[in-house]
Design a protein around this ligand. Sequence first.
Ligand code: B12
Ligand code: SF4
Length: 485
Amino acid sequence: MPLGIASIAALLKSKGYEVNILDADILNYSLNEIKDYIKITKPDVVGVSFFTYDRFVAFKIAHFAKEYGAVVIGGGHHISALPNDVLLNVNDFDFVVIGEGELSTLELHDCLNTQKPRLNEIKGIGFRKNGVVKINQPRELINDLDDLPNPAWSLLPIKSYPRYSVMGSRGCPNDCIFCGSPKFWQRRIRTITPQKFINSIEELVSTYGKKYFRFMDDTFTLNKEWAREICEELLDRKIDIKWECQGRVESADINLFKLMKDAGCYKISFGIESGSQRILNIIKKNITKDMALKAINAARKAGIERVGTFFMLGFPTETYAEMEETYDFSQILRGDMISFNPTSIYPGTELYQMIVSAGVLKKDFAWHRSGFYSKGFLTHDDIPICETRQLNRTDIEDTAKRFYMRSFINRLYFLRNYKNWYYFSETQIGIGISRKDLILFLNEVRLFLRQHSNLVKAPLLFIIAFLISFLKLLRRVYRKNSHHH
Ligand code: B12
Ligand code: SF4
C-alpha cells in the first residue's frame, strides 16, 4: 500500500482539495489504462510516486500527464536522492518534492492556487526557472507525526490488498551503507502515539474487514517501550488481528517477543545480510553473528510462528568464500523464510558513493538513461549491483539462485516439519526452469549427495528432486502453450 501518497492525499483532502489515488502497481494497470484514467479524472495536478527500479515507467506517466496538460509533480526516494538529475533530464516534471512530502506538497498546491506562499519560499521542492534548475532550502522533518491525518485509505483500491499496511514510525537511527533510509529520514526515528496507531488499525478492520496487517516500520522493535504499548493496547482493546513486522537483532527481547505474539504477531523478519563478520562491519550493519543467533532463538522461544531472515550477496570486496559463509550461517539460523538478494545499488546510499569512487559502474552510466544493466535473478533492469573484479553480475545472481536451490534440497532431504513445505513454496518464487537452472540444480544435488553419501535416503531425495523439477518444467511448457491459445 503506498502509504506516502496516501498520507499526502489525506492532508490535501483535509485542506479542501479534491484528490484521487491510482495505485497502478497493485491494479496492474497498463500504460494505456493509466492514460485513460488521467483523461477520465481530468486532474489539474498529477503527482507521481516511484522508486528507482520503476523510474522509466514513472517518466512515461509524467509524459502523458504533461501532454494532457496537468502540472506534474514527482516525489519519493529516487527523486529525493537525485532531484537535480531528474529536473535536468526529465522535462515532464514541473516540480519535485524532496524528502518528507506532506507539507511541501500542501504548500505547493496553495501556491499554485493562490500564489501564497511564493514558490521560492517553499522548502523541500525543486523546479526549473527559465531553464535553470532551482532547488529550494531543505524542509525539516515534521516534529510531531500525530499532527498528520491518517492515510486516506478510502482512496485506495482497498480490496486489492491481501493485507493492510500500517506504519507507526518513520526513520531508523542506523546507517547501513546499502539503505536509502538513513539519508532520507536523517537517522531520526519519530513515532506516532500507540493510540493513534491502533485507532487506524481499528478503523481499517471495522471499515474493510480484513484482519491481516503488515507493520511497515523500518524496525518495529527499536523503541521497545513504544512497541510494548502498542501490543498492550491491542490486547486491552481485544483487537483480533494477525500482523508481521521487521525487527533489528539487537533489540531482541524475549519478553517483548512474547507480548508481541500474544498481541497477534505471527511473523518477524530480521535483516541479517551476511554471515561474514568482516562484511557486516563493512556495511555498517552494527550487529554481530551472535546477536543474530540470540534474536532468532528468542523469537522462536517466544512462540512467534515464523521467523524470517534476509541476506544480501555481493557487497564491496566480498569474496565467494564469504558468500558461502552467508549460506552456512543461514542454515545455522534456520529461518522459516530465507532470502538471498544480490545487492542492488540505489542513489542516495553510501554504497552508491563507494561504487562511484571505485569506478565500478559501466562507462557512461547515468540514472536517467536506460539500457546499461538488465534484469536477472532478483536483479532489476537498469539498477547496478555491486560487482567486483572477481564476481560479475551473473556470478552473484547465480550464487543467489544456487543458495535457494541448496537450502531447498536441504529442507527437502531432512523433511523436518510443515514449515519446510511453506518455506519451499516461498523460496521457489522466481526460479524458472531453463536448461542452465536445471544444470545448476543438478549440480547442487550432486554436491549434496557427495556430502551426505553415507545416508540411505539419498537416492530417494534424488528421485523426488528430479520429479519436482520435471513437474515444474511440464507446468511451464503447459503454461506457455495455453498462452498461445
Ligand atoms: C514499506 C516499504 C516497501 C513496501 C511497500 C512499498 C510501497 N509501494 O510503498 C514493499 C515491501 C512492497 C516494498 C518493496 C520494495 N521496496 Co521498499 N521500502 C519500504 C520502506 C521500508 C517504507 C516506505 C514507506 O511506506 N514509507 C513511509 C512513507 C510515509 O514514506 P514514502 O513512501 O517515502 O513517502 C514520502 C516521501 O517519499 C514523499 N513522496 C513519496 N511519493 C511521493 C509522490 C509525490 C507526488 C510527492 C509530492 C511526494 C512523495 O512524501 C511521502 C510522505 O512524506 C522504505 C524504506 C523507508 N524507510 O522509507 C523502503 C524503500 C522505499 N524500498 C526500496 C526498495 C528498493 C524496494 C524494492 C524495489 C525492493 C526490491 N528489490 O524488490 C521493492 C519494490 C517492489 C514494489 N513493487 O513496490 C528502497 C527504495 C530505494 C530506491 N531509491 O528505489 C527503500 C528506500 C529501502 C532501501 N532499500 O533503501 N518496500
Ligand atoms: S537497513 Fe534497516 S537497520 Fe539498516 S539503516 Fe536501513 S532501515 Fe535501518
